[in-house]
Design a protein around this ligand. Structure first.
Ligand code: HEC
Ligand code: HEC
Length: 332
């Protein structure tokens, strides 16, 4: 019933009923004639009530029986409700189960991800157009952006094409809560805007969660991604670094003006032996790159994870990660 009637229609019906009620009440009060002093008879607290004998007789027993019946309904009804709950969640019979709610969440996420079909956009099904930058179904794309030079703030900003990473593998390299943080706060100083209310964007928590469910639904199988990456990059440390790391660790790499390799951008500088100091044992560096660490946990000799660095254990083979580590440890 409620699904058929929209919220607005329900509200209109409620307001109508209330208005009719008020009109009836006003008319009936206006028709009553008031004689001074009559409140002595009509006020409820002035009427004589039952005496003690009448109150504690069969009347009391009747009320107690009613209390017993309603309590018995609760006592039997609640367990019966809980008994049914697991089947309800599985979606047996008339019920729509958890799978149904999951599917509708993915569907809403897909709509949010897609570009708006109409102009002006339909307000009931918002589309935030992630695909305008990240490509259809998150295959990756580019975003137009203006970069300004911090050393030369008065110079006009420069228009560049900034690579927007593929998102059909993003759930392989970030934990869901990390993806949520990226979507809510965006990535300042890049074309990625904040989308969540907490970051100053338009999306509520439900919408961000729907998007994450959608991103989970389009994720490519880890085995296939690993095989493709092996075919494309082999175990060449430098090529792998440029393919997976430089966009965050080399200034300007995303718009075709790379600065010092590994010199630091969003991710810290890895040059000048800094990874040797952070990871005196190379195997700790391998495990950081394969798994990273959850937000707030320690890594390396003096690191505290911000949950901002992707992990690559589900996208690259151990040999490839070893090759990247060797390359990084050799960065001048
Ligand atoms: C105006 C273009 C643009 C739009 C629209 C956009 N993004 Fe982005 N997004 C980017 C760029 C560019 C990056 C990479 C920034 C960088 O270089 O660090 C990015 C990064 C990301 C990342 C991190 C990926 C990674 O591996 O580092 C996620 C997740 C993401 N975007 C999700 C979304 C979602 C979800 C939406 C839609 C609500 C969206 N983006 C809309 C441009 C955009
Ligand atoms: C989406 C951006 C991003 C990408 C891509 C990325 N990193 Fe990082 N990386 C970071 C951030 C941010 C940190 C800082 C970690 C923190 O504070 O949680 C970091 C930290 C590191 C560190 C530790 C540095 C130190 O001194 O503490 C190493 C080593 C590292 N990254 C290597 C890599 C390698 C290798 C790759 C590619 C396989 C890579 N990163 C890809 C963002 C990125």
């Amino acid at each position: 019933m409620l699904a058929v009637l929209s919220q607005r229609r329900v509200a209109i019906i409620v307001v109508l009923l209330m208005t009719i009620g008020w009109v009836i009440y006003l008319i009936s009060t206006a028709r009553k004639t008031y004689v001074p002093g009559s409140e002595l008879e009509i006020a409820p607290n002035r009427k004589p009530y039952y005496d003690d004998g009448a109150m504690e007789g069969p009347r009391l027993t009747r009320f107690l029986w009613w209390a017993f019946v309603t309590m018995a309904i609760l006592a039997v009804g609640l367990p019966a409700y809980w008994l049914r709950e697991p089947f309800r969640q599985q979606g047996k019979g008339f019920d729509r189960g958890v799978a149904y709610f999951h599917d509708t969440s993915v569907k809403r996420g897909k709509e949010l991800f897609e570009a708006s079909p109409g102009d002006p956009p339909t307000p009931r099904e918002p589309h935030f157009g992630c695909e305008n930058c990240h490509g259809k179904e998150g295959v990756g794309g580019v975003a137009a952006y203006n970069v300004s030079d911090p050393l030369n703030p008065d110079a006009p900003p420069k228009a560049v094409q900034w690579v927007a990473p593929a998102l059909n593998t993003v759930m392989l390299r970030f934990r869901p809560e990390e993806v949520k943080t990226i979507i809510v706060y965006g990535r300042p100083q890049t074309p990625m805007p904040p989308w969540g209310v907490d970051g100053g964007g338009p999306m509520n928590d439900q919408q961000v969660n729907d998007l994450i469910e959608y991103l989970k639904s389009i994720v490519l199988p880890s085995d296939k991604v690993k095989a493709d990456n092996l075919a494309q990059y082999g175990a060449d440390g430098q090529k792998l670094f440029e393919g997976f790391c430089a966009r965050c660790h080399t200034q300007g790499f995303s718009y075709g003006e790379p600065g010092v390799p590994g010199g630091g951008a969003y991710g810290p500088s890895l040059t000048g032996g800094s990874t040797l100091r952070q990871f005196p044992a190379p195997d700790k560096q391998v495990s950081w790159i394969s798994e990273t660490a959850p937000f707030g946990k320690a890594y390396g000799a003096r690191g505290i994870s911000k949950g901002a660095m992707p992990h690559f254990g589900a996208m690259l083979t151990p040999e490839q990660i070893q090759a990247i580590v060797d390359y990084e440890r050799g960065l001048p």
